[in-house]
Design a protein around this ligand. Sequence first.
Ligand code: ASP
Ligand code: MG
Length: 338
Amino acid sequence: MRKMAETVYVKELDLSSLGSLSKSYITIRHPRMKKVLRIQATICMAAREYLDSLGFIELLPPIIGPVTDPGIRGAKQVTFNFYGREYKVMSSAILYKQMAMASLGKIYFFSPNIRLEPLDSAKTGRHLVEFVQIDIEQAHASYFDAMEIAEGLLTYVVKKVLKEHEEDLKDLGRELKVPRRPFKKLTHKEAVDILRSHGIEASYEHEIPWEAEKELSYMFEDPFFIYDYPRGARGFYDREDPERPGILRDFDMLYPEGYGEAVSGAEREYKVEKVIERMRATGENPAKYGWYIEMLKYGIPPSAGFGIGVERLTRYICGLKAIWEARPYPKVAGIYSP
Ligand code: ASP
Ligand code: MG
């Protein structure tokens, strides 16, 4: 572990570059951006290669539907009128991952997501409103299996980029190392203990706040997991441990060096009564989830999976200060841009 708040690249976020977002038709031609986009193409290719080698099937992702993921850390969903009925733009494809997994067993999407993040997220360099996540689900897997896949995926992608883009990384000023495996695993409680021992506020009952997560991320030189989040921290679909009520069988992976959240994943609730109970407890109205509840009544297998944001992965690999440098036409909260 390294000392807290050491100054590293990611800390020096330059907000003046926010102004250029309205001119992405120019920034996309910048030599630096071209390198990032070439690396991003390699990242996507390598991720597909890795998942395909494990027998995962890539499916086309949903873009719209009657319901979408409510567990999006304070962001808002986009709702629109679909021939007189309410529809949503996918905030994540979690519900459809379960649908697809029930057919093909091991599946993934490159899933475009929209989340209307709060206005102040524009200044953190961490959030886009429009992004893509590689979204994976496997039938009969545990959350430890899912962590293993996430760890393998990241390591494979980093190795591939190091092999094919040594010069580009040097030009970007990025010293990237192959992560050391196995990645460290902290329970949510252990993570909160570490934060509190450094005088940083975090609760045993809730999600770790963004800024605390960033500080924790500075303390590590390799990616690491936080697992066993408390029930109050997550959406209804992360499975509660039947032997340890109040604890979810879920995880995040965090990048080191202050880059923060990389992955969220979990085992899933899949029994209809339990899902309805969890929906009610998290303030969701089960009546709104028509097709999803019908599907659960029809029956689906247990599963686990995760989502890894492509732009955050690109930001970490390329050592970029801001997330908007990792997307060709970035949309950031409150900024009107192409
Ligand atoms: N749906 C989660 C998210 O978007 C990822 C997952 O649990 O698979 O954060
Ligand atoms: Mg997450």
